[in-house]
Design a protein around this ligand. Structure first.
Ligand code: 5GP
Length: 202
């Protein structure tokens, strides 16, 4: 344990919501389209954002960073609560934008690599960044973000995920790097399409 690691505690309303509305697909994918990824429940997202703010209260944060598209909604709510700007890294380099930081990310759900970019105008030295995303699986998106933050000379204050799938080990790798990683629910297994949640640690 270091200053960035604390015993895991699930955000119980999320566990209950996943039990009620989550759909398990083949290949270790959880579908939460009815409240996060397609239809969005803003009141519920707000309650999760309050939990993120509580968990990162120990950190100084002046910017929220996410990746389009599914991270944007939770990131905006956290940014709103902290009254800081929200930047989303883009998955396609806009032709109108020079002055970019870029990195490669392998997508587990789409099974291909893509370029993620962010304007140097919105991520720079001295920024204290909280990354917020919907899912943490293998940690590829997170690693891309770490690369962008390093290129910018900014500082990563922490990483917050709504749902972490521990069986894909991204969280393990990020925590080994000494980062504060907060996941509101951790799923240990989706084998046989049965959702097994990680219990609270004492
Ligand atoms: P990673 O880069 O950690 O391997 O995967 C994280 C990204 O893949 C997330 O931003 C999310 O969009 C997507 N993802 C990974 N696993 C799942 C899943 O089980 N369900 C959904 N809906 N998206 C996922």
């Amino acid at each position: 344990m270091n200053e960035n690691s604390r015993p895991f505690k699930p955000f119980e309303p999320l566990v209950e919501r996943i039990k009620k509305d989550g759909i398990c697909l083949d290949g270790g994918i959880l579908k939460v389209d009815s409240f996060i990824n397609h239809q969005i429940d803003p009141t519920f997202l707000q309650s999760m954002s309050i939990e993120f703010v509580r968990r990162f209260a120990n950190k100084e944060i002046n910017k929220i960073l996410t990746i389009e598209a599914s991270g944007i909604a939770p990131a905006i709510l956290v940014g709103f609560l902290l009254n800081v700007p929200v930047v989303f890294a883009k998955k396609k380099k806009p032709s109108t934008m020079g002055n970019m930081l870029t990195t490669e990310v392998f997508s587990f759900t789409k099974n291909k690599a893509y370029t993620v970019c962010c304007s140097k105008d919105f991520l720079h030295k001295g920024d204290k960044v909280l990354f917020v995303d919907d899912f943490l699986a293998n940690g590829n998106a997170a690693k891309g973000i770490i690369d962008l933050v390093e290129q910018a000379g900014a500082e990563l204050a922490g990483m917050g995920f709504i749902i972490e799938k521990s069986f894909q080990h991204g969280g393990e790798k990020l925590r080994e790097m000494g980062l504060q990683v907060e996941s509101l629910a951790i799923i240990d297994s989706l084998d046989n399409c049965e959702i097994k949640f990680k219990e609270a640690e004492v």
